[in-house]
Design a binder for this molecule. Structure first.
Ligand code: UDX
Length: 435
């Protein structure tokens, strides 16, 4: 089938290439010429495991075309809108200007019978409003939220654990869902659950899922706060409660908390939208989820101060990790980068290392010092802060690392290191949530 994808960020670029890999003829559109040029040359404009290989495979088939010209979407039968909805400056609410602009331009190109598919994360009520615009052009709207995780974007797109469609009432909705089934035929062949519902439910599924995940992380981090004052070990606690199948161990990793382009802004936008709908109490707890998350960053800075004898000013600190999570070069709302910046503001002599995210981090926090060589970064450090759990940090040899630093203080912000082997190598080990 001929399909178009509007917006070639993490979501759209991976979606476009994945759909081409399924055999569809795909045209991808983005306003960012540099991004389009990179993709046209078969190069991923961001670090995402498996994506370069996917692009190369797809390039050989000539089924993916990318352009800055939205007119190129004409002729496609299904149009996916995958643009971002970042947090508005000075407000908790989502900025819908990219979504509005994408829909305005795509409806100018659609033919009667086409299906426009919204994949962006939007405040509930947006789809119903946009449906009028799409229907006026003779097309149908489906809201099809995306649940991909960075670092697993290709896997999650081609093998999702569920597919959700929000459709219009009646025959039109059934027909539109059928067209989308054709697009996803190869994906649906794996028999994962497919939930067909109304627009508001489909929009809410996405923010509810992200709110639940954020709550799960903040819950365990709240337990970490208690472990710190009561002398417990949050990692053992998480293992123990995680054995209860109703709770589950996944997303109970205590540490520096959540960041990235989704969880933080989605819970804030949800609170803002609930407020507009007159139901602020329903999600007021998300304010606490957000506050617990921020307190972990403050606690990490405090811990660094304690380890360094009370004051970080002038002390050499190495921050390992700038990305918001491993296997990503994304630094949006990165807890690691935030802690590095806070330490810098407190006068510490901070050096930041990351295997992939230094270029993006430099744009976001140009005041910090970056070092791409791990051993050079460690050299002379009086405290080593592991703030993103990249494999390369988990695999660090504590004996070798100990020979490079100025003082053997390690702060495990992700409970990712093997405490015993670091202690055996003479390191003073401190972690969030472990006495
Ligand atoms: C998230 C959702 O998982 C995904 O379904 C949605 O489509 C987009 O938002 P992503 O932002 O890529 O995906 O990252 P995720 O793996 O969810 O991690 C989010 C943050 O939570 C990271 O900063 C991570 O370090 C942190 N985290 C995750 C924890 O602190 N503890 C955990 O146990 C799990």
């Amino acid at each position: 089938m001929r399909i178009s994808v509007i917006g070639l960020g993490y979501l759209g670029a991976v979606h476009a290439a994945s759909m081409a890999s399924l055999g569809h003829e795909v045209v991808g559109v983005d306003v960012d010429a540099a991004r389009v040029e990179a993709l046209a040359g078969g190069k991923a404009p961001f670090f995402e495991p498996g994506f370069d290989e996917l692009l190369t495979r797809v390039q050989d088939t000539c089924r993916l075309q990318v352009t800055t010209d939205v007119a190129a979407v004409a002729g496609a039968r299904v149009h996916f809108v995958c643009v971002g909805t970042p947090q508005q400056v000075g407000s908790l609410a989502a900025d819908l200007s990219f979504v509005e602009a994408a829909f305005a331009s795509v409806v100018g190109q659609v033919a009667p019978g086409d299906v426009v598919v919204g994949k962006s994360t939007v405040p509930v009520g947006t789809a119903a409003r946009l449906a009028g615009l799409v229907e006026a052009a003779g097309a149908s709207l489906v809201w099809n939220p995306e649940f991909l995780r960075e670092g697993f974007a290709v896997e999650d797109t081609l093998h999702p654990d569920r597919i959700v469609y929000g459709v219009a009432d009646g025959e039109a909705g059934v027909r539109a869902a059928g067209v989308l089934d054709e697009v996803y035929a190869a994906v649906l062949a794996e028999q994962m659950p497919r939930v067909v519902t109304d627009y508001p439910t489909a929009e809410l599924v996405k923010v509810a899922a992200n709110s639940f995940l954020a709550t799960k992380i903040s819950f365990i981090n709240a337990m970490a706060e208690l472990c710190e004052v009561a002398g417990g070990d949050v990692t053992r606690l998480a293992d123990a409660i995680g054995h209860d199948a109703r709770i589950g161990r996944r997303f109970l990793n205590a540490g520096l908390g959540f960041g990235g382009g989704c969880l933080p802004k989605d819970i804030r936008a949800f609170m803002a939208r609930a407020d507009e709908l007159g139901a602020p109490e329903a999600v007021a707890f998300l304010g606490e989820v957000d506050a617990i998350n921020t307190r972990r960053r403050v606690r990490m800075v405090e811990l660094a101060g304690q380890v360094l004898g009370g004051d970080v000013a002038g002390r050499r600190v190495v921050v390992l990790g700038a990305a918001f999570k491993p296997d990503s070069d994304d630094v949006r709302d990165s807890p690691a980068l935030d802690v590095a910046a806070r330490l810098g503001e407190a006068g510490a002599d901070v050096v930041v290392h990351d295997p992939q995210a230094i270029d993006n981090a430099r744009l976001k926090a140009p005041e910090l010092v970056y070092e791409s060589d791990l051993e050079a970064a460690l050299s002379g450090a009086e405290a080593v802060l592991v703030l993103t759990e990249w494999r390369v940090y988990k695999d660090l040899d504590p004996v070798r690392a100990g020979s490079l630093v100025g003082a053997r203080n390690v702060l495990d912000g992700r409970n990712a290191l093997d405490r015993e082997s670091w202690q055996a190598a003479g390191w003073r080990y401190r972690a969030l949530g472990r006495a």
